[in-house]
Design a protein around this ligand. Structure first.
Ligand SMILES: [Zn+2]
Length: 405
């Protein structure tokens, strides 16, 4: 049964790199019409100005790109919508997360409303997938999870999402095992964690419990690791051991991962190769204050990398625009991406790997059968979108409009 059928007409896609001798000077493009049926691309034709269809949307010649994934946010922590207030002082992470609970409870706006403000902000930047950590521990129980679930339910399937049961106050330190277990029965689809070495004080026991819950509920793991030096190294080695023992390949992610900077020489090459082999993903918000992990080197070693905004006007940070493209743009500056190929293919860091062009293969995107989740922007190519951060005009999620400017 055909549920929905429409044409998105007069949109631009990239077809190949433009060469001037050995220099890649841009991207070759063409205008196309795309037929969308039941949320997937059914037909792709050259743009035909004289043709008209019963149900059609005019793309006005704008560039068509895959929609973006926000791989690290905290929908429960957003303060968007409440009057400006700078971050209150805190001596350390424990003081910060302890005061955060009372701070959020005192706000005049519900968690649903604050979470929706953050979702709307990110939708406007071309996101149609959210991976959000949600605090789950004895100080808040399940109420943040329930609040965010109510917010998401109000959207009537305009995006995909994953919710991580996140023991912000420490799995061991706050005795959060049972609350995390409950959250994984109540709709959380990943298990999180934070610094098992320094916060929980027992990397072995903390990761043991984390993997026990992951295996019990058949869910992936995405754990915050800020620890550096010996603490960071011990955490990565233990994490690799547990991933192997539990056969959890491709199901483990480390957010932040600052400590990867502290592996040197042969050990560095060995650990990066093991991360690639066990398919452990690294997720970064690309901090500019010195601790960003060697993301480009990790990719060259075959490690999967993805980006996320993390803090956006919450108890931890007054910053954040809610644009993952801003993070990719920062990645480009930090790692000195300047060529057409580097900029174009960096888009994969925001799309779960989908690229519009590749040096290895032509006609990568778009194809019939692809999910009809894409955005329109006033740019000539993906590289310009990344470097110039051109605004998103419209986005589609499985064929339905998810955002319109
Ligand atoms: Zn985080």
């Amino acid at each position: 049964m055909v549920k929905s059928e429409k044409w998105l007409r007069n949109v631009l896609i990239e077809t190949a790199y433009l060469r001037e001798g050995t220099f890649t000077s841009g991207s070759q493009t063409k205008l196309i019409d795309v037929q969308i049926k039941d949320g997937v691309v059914a037909q792709i034709k050259e743009y035909q100005p004289e043709q008209f269809y019963e149900s059609e949307i005019d793309g006005k010649g704008r560039l068509l790109l895959p929609t973006l994934k926000e791989m690290h946010c905290h929908l429960d922590k957003s303060k968007l919508g409440v009057p400006w207030r700078p971050v209150t002082p805190a001596q350390n992470i424990v003081e910060r997360f302890t005061s955060e609970v009372a701070e959020l409870d005192a706000l005049d706006l519900s968690i649903e409303a604050r979470a929706k403000n953050l979702i709307n902000l990110e939708l406007a930047h071309g996101v149609t997938f959210f991976r959000s950590h949600i605090d789950v521990h004895p100080a808040v129980g399940q109420r943040y999870l329930e609040g965010v679930q109510r917010a998401i339910a109000s959207y009537d399937e305009r995006f995909d999402y994953e919710l991580i049961a996140f023991p912000q106050h420490g799995l061991l330190r706050s005795n959060a095992y049972n609350e995390v277990d409950t959250a994984l029965k109540n709709g959380a689809t990943l298990i999180g964690g934070v610094d098992p070495y320094s916060l929980d004080g027992d990397v072995e026991k903390s990761l043991n419990q984390t993997f026990e819950l992951a295996v019990k509920h058949h869910v992936p793991i995405d754990i915050h690791v800020h620890d550096r030096g010996e603490a960071g190294r011990a955490t990565f080695k233990t994490l690799l051991d547990y991933t192997k023992q539990s056969n959890w390949q491709g199901q483990v992610f480390v957010s932040h991962a600052f400590g990867l900077n502290d592996f040197l020489g042969e050990e560095r090459a060995d650990v990066f190769a093991q991360l690639a082999k066990e398919r452990i993903g690294i997720i970064s918000s690309v901090p500019i204050n010195g601790a960003v992990p060697p993301l480009k080197e990790l990719q060259q070693a075959g490690v999967k990398v993805a980006l996320g905004c993390d803090n956006i006007y919450d108890s931890w940070s007054p910053y954040g625009t809610g644009s993952v493209v801003e993070k990719l743009n920062r990645y480009g500056e930090v790692f000195n991406l300047k060529t057409q190929e580097e900029l174009t293919e960096s888009l994969g860091l925001l799309t779960g790997g989908t690229k519009t062009l590749s040096t290895e293969e032509d006609g990568l995107w778009l194809k019939t059968g692809d999910v009809a989740s894409f955005l329109l922007t006033e740019a000539s190519c993906a590289a310009e979108f990344v470097a110039r951060q051109t605004p998103v005009e419209t986005s589609f999620y499985r064929g339905q409009v998810a955002f319109n400017s």
